[in-house]
Ligand binder design. Sequence first.
Ligand SMILES: Cc1cc2nc3c(=O)[nH]c(=O)nc-3n(C[C@H](O)[C@H](O)[C@H](O)COP(=O)(O)OP(=O)(O)OC[C@H]3O[C@@H](n4cnc5c(N)ncnc54)[C@H](O)[C@@H]3O)c2cc1C
Length: 386
Amino acid sequence: MEKGGAGTYSDGKLYTRSKKRGDVRRILEILVAHGASDDILFDAHPHIGTNKLPKLVAELRQTILDAGGEIYFNTCVTDFLLDIDEIKGIVTQKGDRMTADAVILATGHSARDVFHLLHQKKIHIEAKPFALGVRVEHSQNLIDQIQYHCPINRGPYLPASSYSLVHQAKVNGQERGVFSFCMCPGGFIVPAATAPGEIVVNGMSPSRRDSKFANSGIVVAVAEPDFKKYLDKGALAGMFFQAEIEQKACALAGSTQTAPAQRLIDFVNGKVSNSLLETSYQPGLASLDMRAVLPQFVSEALKQGFKNFGSKMKGYLTNDAQIVGVESRTSSPVRIPRNNETLEHVQTKRLFPCGEGAGYAGGIVSAAMDGERCAEAAVRKYIKAN
Ligand SMILES: Cc1cc2nc3c(=O)[nH]c(=O)nc-3n(C[C@H](O)[C@H](O)[C@H](O)COP(=O)(O)OP(=O)(O)OC[C@H]3O[C@@H](n4cnc5c(N)ncnc54)[C@H](O)[C@@H]3O)c2cc1C
């Protein structure tokens, strides 16, 4: 278990489209009770900020401890205790066996070891569509000028502006959704790999959103037919496809955390950039033809997407912006199927697949709501009141 998961290191944007999945307001109130500003209760686009999250997560942890919960840091689940079609507990990397009336599996979308374990134990999992692409970085001032129509800068009162873009590309005769994802005004591009030999980028912004950069994931929908090469990996096909691109990005950019990058118009024109721009990505950038990193259909869809975005936001498609790869962890490449009503795994009793890694959440708020629902479902069915 880690200290709060991806959520601790995230940006803390709290917008969610999954209002049907639970009580968003309740989650926001819990966050406020643990130190978030109460602005988030009425802001249309609530945001906590990367810098404020660690303290908030520590407060949440204290509440769990005060209620009798136990937390084990640096303790990895490496095996499941199974009895035919029932899970009885887990085994840790230290060899400790922990039995339980129910197990909520909420290990996130990057827990490849857990997906391998589920597959190996023949606990039913499925490959699922996700999205993959790059981060694009502009100066925040340029995005402000486009969005606010201000000739110089946004001035002292307006917040750093954001955008949300979508385009339906057509590649090799097939429609492909291209969309902006996790736009971070006044933010940073950050390394988000979880294993050596791979490059993964993500974005975050401090609460004041005051960096001079604006970045956003621009990603292309990928689905099972795209993973054909890994058909022999069964339900893990999408995960292998995702890993291959992350590893290629790392190898081509010099096998460190230096990320491959290309200026935006150069990418669209298929030209390697002679030089790159200043960036918020701390490990640094290597100038590469991003088409060598990304699958052909992803590059082509991105190219069409960027042209379309340039027509929607005048000035967006410019060589004063650059793309940085790869944004590959938008959502889980695996689903752990569960019963819609009981939230229990479709075959393995007492197992409750939960959160983003299982395919039931796509951000902080939806993951929190799913966590609550799974805990309530597990208690309802298996935990006897004293
Ligand atoms: C840089 C960044 C910025 C983001 N910005 C935003 C944002 O602004 N807004 C938003 O809504 N979302 C954002 N997200 C996404 C958000 O953080 C996730 O959607 C959310 O944290 C998912 O919650 P989860 O509980 O399902 O999984 P996670 O938060 O990933 O938690 C999984 C936990 O399981 C642990 N674990 C994994 N394997 C094992 C194992 N074998 N044994 C024991 N423990 C294990 C992990 O260490 C981790 O603690 C961002 C993510 C990142 C990385």
